[in-house]
Write a protein that binds this ligand. Structure first.
Ligand SMILES: Cc1ncc(COP(=O)(O)O)c(C=O)c1O
Length: 381
């Protein structure tokens, strides 16, 4: 393999948030969503070259960056966007917060689907909007939308914004064309704005699945959509703070820009440089990463489902596993597993009790040791 994911740099004494939490304690950090791997070589050399230049004045997004992003999205996701649809953002979290601020008025509803990335649960409240939740359900060993529940919910609750996560953190689903079409139908019927957080779209690890941006379904959906993307998860550069919204509708784009005016910092120049290199030249690294993650995912699936009290579904995308711990009969599974030497994310933060999220974006060796500790914990429960 041309890239070595088996022996990543040691982060235990670095400025890593993930590793800092358990510094000096024998607890393996498999929580916050970054990977332990170094960024792709073309990204590193583009950054080095830019640093060599030595001047860090205000930056703008060059034609070559726009070209790399537009052609990268067409190449990797079969979606043809126009450069002028792109609005640069310092992060995806800011992106969906702006959407909440833009949609409706204080008191209006924002519909989303827990378990979900915690800042999406908090975003409506940040802007005096009401969180309207339609929890995903486990059906036939797969996480799905609760269509009947959603119909019932919409009898009594209204919303102005549909906040989607595709692929979905933490359950790892890549939403199908049928599922997206059904959501889009609801959006048309109820006149919802759609904001889709597609930050994990480059990380589809199940070769039978294909990521489809909801805005690519048809022109009507595109006109009501804000699609949030970033190079950060796929190429492991989240701390470089570079993301973007794709907004085909010119007047919506104008409103979105106006909503953020004066609130958001410009994107860091190093983030822009890294983004260009990632979209243009990060393909070989990504092509090597995906099978590594797939193999880690299979290992997690195999071990977890062999243990008493634990289970997880197939992971179609992301480097995150959503583990059902309800059978452990522990009041706080995250704490329980931490006591056994593994630091995971607490499902309650994602809006669902009895679950933990495990980040397998790490070396196989570290993952195997974490799974060994989890096995001991499960057997001791
Ligand atoms: C679904 C999702 N959206 C957004 C983010 C964070 O995005 P950013 O760092 O660009 O704000 C994450 C990070 O884990 C995520 O999983």
């Amino acid at each position: 393999m041309p890239f070595n994911f088996d022996t990543p740099p040691d982060r235990s004494h670095s400025d890593s948030l993930k590793w800092h939490r358990y510094a000096g304690r024998d607890i393996l950090p498999l929580w916050v969503a970054d990977m332990d791997f170094a960024a792709p070589p073309p990204v590193l050399s583009a950054l080095q070259q830019r640093i060599e230049h030595g001047v860090f004045g205000y930056a703008y997004h060059r034609e070559s960056l726009l070209d790399a992003v537009v052609s990268g999205i067409a190449r990797d996701h079969h979606w043809q966007i126009e450069p002028e649809w792109i609005v640069w953002l310092p992060g995806v979290v800011q992106g969906f917060n702006l959407a909440c601020r833009l949609a409706g008025e204080p008191g209006d509803g924002v519909l989303t689907f827990p378990p979900i990335y915690p800042p999406m649960l908090l975003a409506p409240g940040n802007h005096e909007r009401r969180l309207v939740r339609s929890d995903l359900i486990l059906a036939g060993g797969r996480w799905e939308y609760d269509w009947d529940g959603l119909d019932a919910l919409l009898e009594t609750q209204s919303a102005n914004l549909l906040l989607l996560c595709n692929p979905h953190n933490p359950v790892g689903r890549v939403w199908s064309r049928e599922e997206l079409t059904r959501l889009a139908w609801h959006a048309e019927k109820n006149d919802w704005l759609i904001c889709s957080d597609d930050i994990h779209c480059g990380l589809v690890i199940d070769p039978t699945q294909r990521y489809i941006p909801i805005a690519s379904l048809d022109e009507a959906v595109a006109q009501r959509s804000i699609t949030l993307m970033a190079p950060s998860k796929t190429w492991n550069i989240p701390a470089l703070g570079c993301a973007f919204a794709v907004i085909p509708n010119a007047s919506l784009r104008k409103q979105y820009l106006a909503t953020g005016r004066g609130l958001l910092p410009d994107v860091n120049v190093l983030g822009l440089v890294a983004a260009e290199a990632a979209y243009r030249e990060g393909g070989a690294w990504r092509a090597a990463l995906l099978p590594y993650l797939r193999s880690n995912a299979q290992r997690v699936h195999e071990v977890i489902n062999s243990l008493p009290g634990l289970s997880c579904t197939d992971i179609e995308a992301t480097y995150l596993a959503w583990i059902d711990c309800r059978g452990l009969n522990q009041p706080n599974p995250q704490k329980y597993l931490e006591l056994h030497g593994v630091g995971l994310s607490d499902g309650r933060d994602f809006g669902m009790d009895g679950f933990v999220r495990l980040n397998f974006g790490c070396s196989r060796k570290l993952l195997d040791e974490a799974l060994r500790r989890i096995s001991l914990a499960a057997l001791a429960a």
